[in-house]
Design a protein around this ligand. Structure first.
Ligand code: NAD
Length: 327
């Protein structure tokens, strides 16, 4: 059971005060839970600030600084935004970055040729190809072609295998960012029941592996749910931690969440909104207003998992450079 700020420290006192609330005490929610926002923006900034210091030290010694190359094929609006954020983050921390823009019609052969060139370029530490790719290009072929020592997205089979075995590797940025956030806020995960909704290779599946690992954060008992899961609501109701990564705006409602649960919202969906200049707003997979009062910790959208994903990518890129030059 947890408490709200400014209210009695002892639970018994709290329960008594709930029965006889002082006249001016606002009752913000019917739950006894004190909710804390997991602020991804602030946490990511702290990670970037620390990386920036390390990069500045390298640069002051005349040593090579990390260089990330991002490849964007076509002009998908959301992908443009994600790539721009990654390039901006590189700039913030002092990395070199190169953005290679390719036409939508670029052949798979041409893209693979570019990747092979980057693999052998000693000036390049990290390579990422923004997904999704146009339908005529196989994402699997592309991922398999990236040198696994430059695969800062952590999607190459060698890196996925290493992650499953608990060996040091590039962990996919979104689940890695979530682990960093749980660590930053010292969220207790050991022995907890974590429910991950979504089984994609980039979010749900690696998330389930990391949370079930013998690490801290980690040591959870994990249930992974997907589009064929029966009794999803019941399963969620038994969760101490819910990671929602299914891409259905507002899917997780308060009646699916146990009081005091930790709720991580990975979803990013553009929802039409004529009141916005852009014509859309970003929505997460959790109905935040409904769910937040019941949680011990919850991530907002935007400003939760999104910035942590970028910070984690920066950490992976730094690692790629360090492995090459300094290990
Ligand atoms: P995906 O489409 O590859 O996978 C979705 C998963 O959800 C599938 O495994 C599917 O089985 C499951 N699913 C779909 N409907 C379901 C339902 N009704 N009940 C239970 N499971 C259901 O998606 P993804 O790439 O994993 O991304 C998921 C969401 O996370 C998207 O909104 C995406 O934009 C977002 N995302 C955010 C970040 C970030 O940095 N915040 C990064 C990656 C993805």
């Amino acid at each position: 059971m947890c408490k709200r700020p400014g209210e009695p420290k002892n639970n018994d006192q709290y329960l008594i005060s709930m029965q006889h609330p002082p006249p001016k005490m606002p009752l913000r929610s019917p739950y006894l839970c004190r909710m804390q926002i997991l602020n991804g923006k602030e946490t990511a900034q702290a990670i970037k600030d620390s990386l920036k210091l390390e990069v500045a030290q390298l640069a002051s010694r005349g040593a090579p600084v990390p260089h990330l190359v991002a490849i964007l094929v076509g002009n998908n609006g959301a992908s443009e935004t994600y790539v721009a954020s990654k390039v901006k983050a590189c700039h913030e921390v002092g990395f070199k970055s190169t953005l290679i823009r390719l036409e939508e019609e670029t052949s798979e052969l041409k893209l693979l040729e570019i990747i092979r060139g980057l693999n052998i370029d000693p000036d390049v530490d990290g390579i990422l190809v923004q997904l999704p790719l146009p339908a005529h290009i196989s994402a699997e072929e592309v991922i398999n072609t990236i040198d696994c020592n430059k695969d800062v997205d952590g999607f190459h089979p060698n890196n996925v295998g290493r992650m499953v075995l608990g060996q040091p590797t590039f962990v996919p940025a979104t689940p890695y960012g979530i682990m960093l956030m749980l660590e930053h806020y010292k969220v207790e995960t050991r022995g907890k029941h974590a429910v991950v909704i979504g089984r994609s290779n980039i979010v749900g599946r690696p998330m389930s592996i990391l949370l079930s690992g013998s690490s801290n954060p980690g040591n959870c008992t994990v249930t992974i749910c997907h589009s064929s899961t029966k009794n999803l609501e019941e399963i969620c109701q038994s969760a101490d931690i819910i990671v929602a990564a299914l891409g259905r705006p507002g899917f997780v409602k308060a009646d699916m969440v146990k009081e005091g649960a930790v709720v991580i919202d990975v979803g990013i969906t553009r929802v039409d909104d004529p009141t916005k200049k852009s014509g859309y707003r970003i929505s997460g997979d959790v109905d935040f207003t409904d769910v937040a009062p019941k949680c011990s910790f919850i991530t907002p959208v935007p400003g939760g998992v999104g910035p942590m994903t970028i910070a984690a990518l920066m950490k992976n890129t730094f690692r790629a450079c360090a492995m090459k030059h300094y290990d």
